[in-house]
Design a protein around this ligand. Structure first.
Ligand code: ARG
Length: 667
């Protein structure tokens, strides 16, 4: 941001940490005080032992911002209030108008960045948990690429793990080769489900005693907490804060009981599903050994057993077809899909290399690396010779270092894997790869509408595809209902409606995910996601469609063929005159586009871009209500407003595109 750069220059005279203080510029909370405000002088004054107001006065003296702002004002304890010059706003809007990149600069320091995202374990159907990595990773890839970094996307498929042991076992025992050959994708999925159900059944039965113990524990704990809370309640000396704290603990102990009860209910449901089905219960009796047997099938695959290898080669393409169907729908692509199997042959080399560097220790027969600052070691080979997830990640890092020669790698992976990544990143130094910046872009969980993990009654995860279908169907109800369709001219045919429903449905799911800070959990609520009002993709898409509809009507009114092109060619900076507050507010929102992108990139937080788009769409809506575009005879007013409409449309469209979300010309 230009203002920040100017502050930076002036701050170098006052401190040796200009970066820190230059960042303290915010959009003013109240337009009365100006457009932006710097809060830098309070901490800076404190640090240098001067009065913040004096620091502010000094800073204002050395600031060179006459071309951007009116004379800055020092206010209150030492705020600096800034009001942008109208000419600066008009010039910037005019520049954005004529710029394909809508005013977003290209980075002066392009880096080679590998983004490891989506990376599902294939062979089992994709579920809602897979959406986060896919959607966040894709948005980051688009955004980093847009600002000029060299982005390499890599889908690190789990194509070598136990899931394959599961379908191999299923195929060998329950599969009919002809049926599978005729209809591989659904057949393999159902073999996976059946085998997995038998495994889960065994596990569920084995876990019941533990769960009852847990319940008893939770109940006695809740009793204690409740008694303690009652005692505090009666205690006259206890403060309100203490009472509240005790009440909270008692409530949370109560909730813990409910959560264990719900685990027990779903475990019992899992067991009942098999017990109540004669065919399943017969199978389960016959295959009591299934959990261990699938592990043996997986081990055989890894050891190069010819039959299992052949089956794996036969099944993998079908598993890929299955996930590619989802990627196609989401409009997500990858430069590389180098799954875990790709690195299999390199794993012995990883262990050798670590041995050679003297980093390994044998512990209980397993090969381990003990790391400073960690209680437990990183295991890289089990005593039975099997390699681990971490071993593969080390081989992958080596490959990316040598072949991609990257500067940075982003791992867009669930926060439950934090410990794995912390340990794994700590290995980069000893391996001589600490010139690569390694980042775990972690994220929280997708919860159901009720705030609980999203599962079916018996605890299996809900398939991703059915959720996508559901979102599209609801999108159609919201956007193409009879009432809205009646107002469409020309009428909207079935094809167009379906196309819009798909764009709105996919956008809704993606935006709902991206608009939450990635580290927090969020509730998957389709009705909220597709709503036309609020911080939703639908609202943003609708705002975009409104810009296009206005442009179409003006084109008709003025008899102009390509209205956007006409505006770009015919509106000059001095014709953009922001007289109405709503015009000015919209212009300020629009010129902040680059700033929003910088924020989203800086902390790997696409939600910052979502917040920005929401603010911008709201400013656009206020402008739309207050400032007529159609039927204006004053050419300056018309041109000013047309320029704002065009730039608003392009900012929203481009912003959504960076989030992986499409738009429609009308809806
Ligand atoms: N397949 C893994 C999972 O589903 C995620 C892989 C993430 N990428 C990585 N390089 N470890 O949990």
């Amino acid at each position: 941001m230009l203002l920040r750069k100017r502050f930076h220059a002036a701050l170098t005279e006052l401190t040796d940490q200009p970066d820190e203080y230059a960042g303290m510029i915010r959009v003013a909370a109240d337009a009365k005080f100006g457009d932006y405000q710097s809060n830098a002088c309070m901490p800076l004054g404190k640090k240098t032992g001067q009065s913040p107001r004096d620091v502010a006065t000094k800073l204002v003296e050395s600031l060179k911002i006459e071309d951007l702002c009116q004379t800055p004002e020092v206010a209150g304890p030492g705020f600096i209030n800034l009001k942008l010059r109208d000419e600066f706003l008009s010039n910037t809007i005019a520049d954005m108008l004529g710029d394909d990149r809508v005013g977003v600069g290209v980075t002066p320091n392009p880096e080679k960045i590998v983004i490891d995202y989506s990376s599902p374990n294939v062979a089992k159907p994709m579920h809602v948990g897979h959406i986060r990595s896919t959607v966040i990773g894709n948005a980051l890839a688009e955004t980093f690429r847009f600002v000029g970094h060299h982005v390499i996307t890599d889908n690190h498929l789990g194509d070598w793990g136990t899931q394959f042991g599961i379908i191999i076992y299923g195929y060998k025992h329950f599969g009919d080769p002809d049926v599978v050959a005729a209809n591989p994708v659904p057949e393999l999925a159902s073999l996976y489900r059946l085998t997995n159900q038998l495994i889960e059944y065994q596990k569920a039965k084995a876990s019941l005693p533990k769960l009852s113990e847990k319940l008893a524990e939770a109940e006695s704990n809740a009793k204690e907490e409740a008694a303690a809370a009652e005692a505090v309640e009666k205690d006259e000396k206890a403060s309100n804060k203490e009472k509240k704290k005790a009440r909270k603990s008692a409530e949370s102990a109560q909730r813990r009981i409910e959560s264990v009860q719900s685990d027990i209910a779903s475990t019992q449901a899992k067991i009942a599903d098999v017990d109540n089905d004669p065919k399943l219960s017969a199978l389960s009796a016959e295959h009591e050994d299934v959990p261990a047997a699938v592990l043996r099938e997986t081990a055989k695959l890894h050891e190069g057993d010819a039959e299992n290898r052949e089956l794996w080669e036969k099944f993998l393409p079908h598993c890929k077809d299955e996930i590619n169907r989802i990627y196609d729908r989401l409009g997500v692509t990858f430069d590389h899909t180098l799954g875990e199997s790709f690195y299999h042959d390199r794993l012995p080399g990883v262990v050798e290399m670590l041995d050679g560097l003297g980093l390994t220790t044998k512990s209980d027969g397993a090969v381990c690396v003990f790391l400073d600052g960690f209680d437990s070691p990183m295991i890289i080979q089990k005593r039975d010779g099997a390699y681990l997830y971490a071993t593969t990640d080390l081989a992958t890092l080596q490959y990316r270092h040598e072949v991609f020669e990257c500067d940075r790698i982003l791992y867009v992976v669930d926060s439950r894997q934090s410990e794995h990544f912390e340990k794994f990143f700590a290995m980069a130094g000893p391996l001589g790869m600490d010139n690569i910046e390694l980042v775990h872009v972690s994220f929280g969980t997708v919860l159901g509408k009720d705030g609980r993990p999203m599962k079916t009654r018996s605890g299996s995860l809900i398939g991703l595809e059915s959720l996508l279908d559901d979102a599209v169907a609801r999108a159609k109800d919201v956007v193409c209902n009879p009432e809205r369709l009646a107002n469409m001219s020309p009428p909207m045919g079935e094809d167009e409606q379906n196309q819009i429903a798909e764009v709105v449905g996919m956008g809704a799911i993606k935006y709902a995910d991206l608009s939450h800070h990635r580290t927090s959990d969020y509730r998957f609520d389709v009705d909220k996601m597709v709503a036309l009002e609020g911080n939703t993709a639908t609202y943003m898409q609708y705002s975009y469609a409104r810009t296009q509809s206005i442009l179409r009507r003006v084109a008709e009114e003025q008899n102009i063929d390509d209205i956007e092109d006409w505006v770009i060619k015919n509106v000059t900076a001095d014709e953009i005159q922001l007289r109405e507050p709503a015009e000015r507010a919209l212009a300020i929102a629009l010129i902040r586009f680059e700033e929003a992108i910088e924020g989203a990139i800086g902390a790997y937080t696409p939600n910052q871009l979502c917040d920005y788009l929401f603010d911008t769409a709201k400013s656009y809506s206020t402008f739309n209500d207050a400032c007529r575009v159609l039927g204006n005879t004053d050419p300056v007013i018309l041109k000013t407003r047309l320029a704002l409409v065009v730039v608003a449309g392009r900012v929203i469209k481009q912003g959504l595109r960076l989030l992986g979300i499409g738009v429609c010309d009308r809806m």
